[in-house]
Design a protein around this ligand. Structure first.
Ligand code: KG4
Ligand code: ZN
Length: 344
């Protein structure tokens, strides 16, 4: 089975083709970063309009990369949420219309399930069970994964997501959008340990995260403490250290709680090298293993949507040409295939 995957939930248009026998045949990405950078964040209406411009040429580019025609496609998977409604509607409308014309199924995919399964696109994917730390611009979640479609949410952020905190602190430090990768670069020049920022919620039991206080803490000291570029880099370093240590502590707890030995990092922030290095070290000490997708599969992409859609078409979900998207969509709502307990 060959599935065309379409991702338009935010500021990236992603189109990919996944073949159940041969794997990934095409992966095309168009980023809108330049458009939104002028505004310091994503402008939803501009995002929708740019998806309209990019999507059809990108579908042709993916077909040409795979040396295929539309008649070679057996199904279309599109991101139906969570995300920006206008942006999602572009992908959903194009996907359902094309599926109707080609008389093939269209399947609505949950963006976070796409991120969660992006690790399966790698050469040596993990065996089940594992813990996934899903860290993107809008989500921070710890999920116990016992099989495809068997996910249990263990904990999440009550306010800002990690990626959001990176972007906001980057903005405070005068960096452009999206700030995460730029802040990572700046932090490399910072002195380790000069600033010891709070590690939010580590003294409370459980797996809940909160990052808005850390951002507020930094915003209060930024104006008085920055005299030069070195101060800026030191603050970036201190912030990254606080985030990484907080995530390490919570991942350790989730692994202790479940007894699992494998940890998967997913979502845009999983591209962060300092986080990867520290997680590697932690898992080495625990005698377990950490897995992360290559950077292009950490951030938004069509490949994870094509892959997830293929599994859902093959295994469970009803396909349907009703165009319907959701800005909010808890992972637990996905389907009855989501387990309510780890033993299920
Ligand atoms: O998964 P993603 O591409 O989109 C969402 O679904 O949100 O994640 C984007 C987020 C942004 O907040 C971006 O700043 C952050 O991931 N990010 C990073 C890095 N690369 C992307 N944060 C820290 N370090 C990075 N290297
Ligand atoms: Zn994403």
């Amino acid at each position: 089975m060959r599935v065309l995957g379409i991702e338009t939930s935010c500021d990236e248009t992603g189109v990919a083709i996944f073949d159940s026998q041969q794997g990934l045949l095409a992966n095309q990405l168009y980023s809108q970063i330049k458009i939104h950078a002028n505004y310091g964040g994503v402008v939803p209406e501009l995002a929708s309009r740019d998806h309209v411009r990019a999507i059809i040429p990108l579908i042709y580019a993916a077909l040409s990369e795979a040396n295929l025609q539309t008649s070679d496609i057996d199904g279309i998977a599109y991101t139906a949420g969570p995300g920006l409604v206008g942006a999602l509607m572009i992908g959903a409308t194009v996907s359902c219309s094309l599926a109707y014309a080609l008389e093939i199924p269209a399947i609505a995919v949950h963006h976070m399930e796409g991120h969660l399964l992006s690790i399966m696109l790698e050469k040596n994917p993990p065996e089940f069970p594992f813990i996934t730390l899903l860290i993107s611009g809008a989500h921070t979640q710890l999920i116990a994964v016992t099989g495809i479609g068997k996910y249990k949410l263990l904990g999440e952020s009550v306010d800002d997501a990690v990626g959001e905190a990176f972007d906001k602190v980057a903005k405070l430090l005068g960096l452009s959008y999206p700030g995460g990768p730029l802040l990572e670069d700046l932090a490399k020049h910072g002195a380790p340990g000069r600033y010891k920022f709070p590690r939010p919620m580590i003294n409370r039991p459980g797996l809940t995260f909160s990052f808005s206080g850390l951002k507020t803490f930094i915003s209060k000291m930024v104006n008085t403490n920055i005299k030069n570029q070195q101060d800026r880099a030191d603050i970036a370093r201190g912030f990254e250290e606080a985030i990484v240590e907080t995530l390490l502590i919570k991942c350790n707890r989730a692994l202790d709680l479940t007894g699992f030995h494998r940890l998967v990092l997913a979502g845009g922030v999983a591209a962060n090298q300092s986080l990867r290095n520290n997680m590697n070290e932690m898992m080495r000490k625990r005698g377990g293993k950490v897995f992360y997708p290559c950077p292009k599969f950490c951030t938004d992409n069509g490949a994870m949507i094509a892959y997830t859609g293929m599994l859902r078409i093959q295994n469970w979900s009803k396909t349907d040409l009703t165009i319907s998207v959701r800005s909010r969509w808890p992972l637990e709502d996905l389907s009855s295939s989501i387990t309510s307990s780890l033993e299920d």
